[in-house]
Design a protein around this ligand. Structure first.
Ligand SMILES: *Cc1c(COP(=O)(O)O)cnc(C)c1O
Length: 385
C-alpha cells in the first residue's frame, strides 16, 4: 500500500535521537529550547513553546487568549476535530464558517457575512481559528482586518503548513495572528513522533503558554507571589497540564527542520507532476494562489462526478483495493456524532457538504519516489474509467 502520507527519516535523524538517549536528559534538557529557538527563527516569530501535540498547542493557545465559558470560537468545518475541540476543552462554544469553493479554506466572504449578523445578535467570536488546509495559507491579511474590525483574536492552525509561505513570508511569522500552531505528527511535513509547537510575537502569551504546558509551575522569582523559601522552591501560580515535549522528540525535530525546505520543495514538485497528469481528466486539482507557496501536506482531488460513471465511494474503494492508500480530509466536523448533539445544521455549510461528496487525498509525502508516483497515476487512470 502506498500511503497518503508518511514520515521521511534520515540516518542523521536517527543519530540525533540516539545522542539524546546517551545524554543526561531525556526530557527538560537542552534540546527543547534549542528546537524552540530554531522553529521561531525559521518562521520569523519572537517566541515558540514546544508541546506534546498540536492539539495541546491549540488548547493552551485558547487558554492563553482567555477563552472560557460564555465565549464562542469559530473555525472551518473541513479540518481535523482538534481545531474545534480546543474551544470545547475551555468550556467555550464552537461555530463553523463554510469553506471557499476554490481554496477549501474558511471562506473570508462567509466569515464577513457571519460576523455582520453575529455583531447584531451579540454573538461575536472571541477567537477565530483559520486552518491552512493541505498547506495552503488562508487569506490572513483579510481575516486580520476583520479581526481588527470586530475585535476577535486569531490562532492559525498551521498543522499542515510549516515550510509554506504567505505573501513571501514564512507561515508562522504571526504578522496577522496572535498565535500559530504546527503539528509534528508523522504524516505532517516534519515530525517529532508526536509533537506540536505554538509560536507568537506576544511575550505575555508565550509566558502564559509556557506555564500552562507544565502544571502552571514557575521557577522564576519575578513571577512568584512572595520571596522564595530556598533553592528548592517553585510555585504553582495557575492550573496547567503536563503537555511537555521530550528532548528525544525535540532532537528529532531539530534534525528534521534542517530538511524542511527540501521536503516542501519535493512536495511541490510532486504536486506539479500530478497537476500535469490530471489536466483534461474529470478531476479538479488543488487551486493555488500566486502569493502563496503551499507546503502541500495533502494533495486533494475533487471528482467531477457528472463526468464519471462511478461514484465517489466506488472510486475510493477501488483505489484502496489497488493498494493506493487514499484518504478523505476531512469529514465535516459538524457531522461527527459528538458535534451533531450540539445542534448544527448541515444546510448552513453547502460548500463543505459538496466538498465531502467529491474530495479524495491521494499519496503526497517527501519520500514518494517518481516510480511510486507513476504507479499512483496509473492506478487512478485505470480506476476512474
Ligand atoms: C494533525 C492536526 C491537528 C492535531 O495535531 P496533533 O499534533 O496530532 O495533535 C490539528 N489540526 C489539524 C488541521 C491537523 O491536521
Amino acid at each position: 500500500m502506498i500511503p497518503y502520507g508518511r514520515q521521511t527519516i534520515s540516518e542523521a535523524d536517527i543519530q540525533a535521537v540516539v545522542d539524546v538517549l546517551h545524554s543526561d536528559y531525556l526530557t527538560q534538557g537542552p534540546a527543547v529550547p534549542a528546537f524552540e529557538i530554531a522553529v521561531a527563527s525559521y518562521c520569523g516569530a519572537q517566541h515558540a513553546v514546544a508541546v506534546n501535540s498540536a492539539t495541546s498547542a491549540l488548547h493552551i493557545a485558547c487558554l492563553a487568549l482567555d477563552v472560557g465559558p460564555g465565549d464562542i470560537v469559530w473555525t472551518s468545518p473541513i479540518t481535523f476535530v482538534a481545531s474545534a475541540n480546543c474551544a470545547l476543552y475551555c468550556g467555550a462554544q464552537v461555530d463553523f464558517v463554510d469553506i471557499d469553493a476554490k481554496t477549501y479554506n474558511l471562506s473570508v466572504e462567509r466569515l464577513a457575512q457571519k460576523l455582520e449578523i453575529a455583531d447584531k445578535t451579540g454573538k461575536l467570536p472571541k477567537v477565530v481559528i483559520p486552518v491552512h488546509l493541505a498547506g495552503l495559507s488562508c487569506d490572513m491579511e483579510a481575516i486580520h482586518a476583520l479581526g481588527k474590525q470586530y475585535g476577535f483574536r486569531i490562532i492559525e492552525d498551521a498543522s499542515h503548513a510549516i515550510g509554506g509561505r504567505y505573501k513571501d513570508e514564512p507561515i508562522g511569522g504571526c504578522k496577522y495572528s496572535d498565535v500559530t500552531v504546527f503539528s509534528f505528527h508523522p504524516v505532517k511535513i516534519i515530525t517529532t513522533g508526536e509533537g506540536g509547537i505554538a509560536v507568537t510575537n506576544n511575550p505575555e502569551l508565550a509566558d502564559r503558554m509556557q506555564l500552562l504546558r507544565s502544571h502552571g509551575i514557575t521557577r522564576d522569582a519575578n513571577k512568584m507571589t512572595h520571596v522564595s523559601d530556598g533553592p528548592w522552591y517553585y510555585q504553582q501560580i495557575g492550573l496547567g497540564f503536563n503537555y511537555r515535549m521530550t528532548d528525544i522528540q525535540a532532537a528529532l525535530g531539530l534534525s528534521q527542520l534542517r530538511q524542511l525546505d527540501e521536503f516542501v520543495a519535493r512536495r511541490n514538485k510532486l504536486a506539479r507532476s500530478y497537476d500535469l497528469f490530471f489536466a483534461g481528466m474529470p478531476v479538479l486539482v488543488p487551486w493555488q494562489h500566486p502569493d502563496i507557496y503551499s507546503a502541500f501536506h495533502l494533495y486533494v482531488i475533487r471528482l467531477q462526478l457528472g463526468k464519471l460513471n462511478k461514484n465517489h465511494r466506488e472510486i475510493f474503494e477501488l483505489l484502496r483495493a489497488s493498494d493506493i492508500g487514499v484518504n478523505l480530509h476531512y469529514i465535516p466536523v459538524y457531522r461527527q456524532p459528538y458535534y451533531e448533539k450540539l445542534g448544527y445544521d448541515r444546510n448552513d455549510y453547502p460548500e463543505a457538504e459538496k466538498y465531502y461528496t467529491e474530495a479524495i487525498s491521494i499519496p503526497m509525502f517527501s519520500g514518494l519516489t517518481d516510480q511510486m508516483q507513476l504507479e499512483v497515476k496509473e492506478k487512478i487512470e485505470l480506476n476512474l474509467r
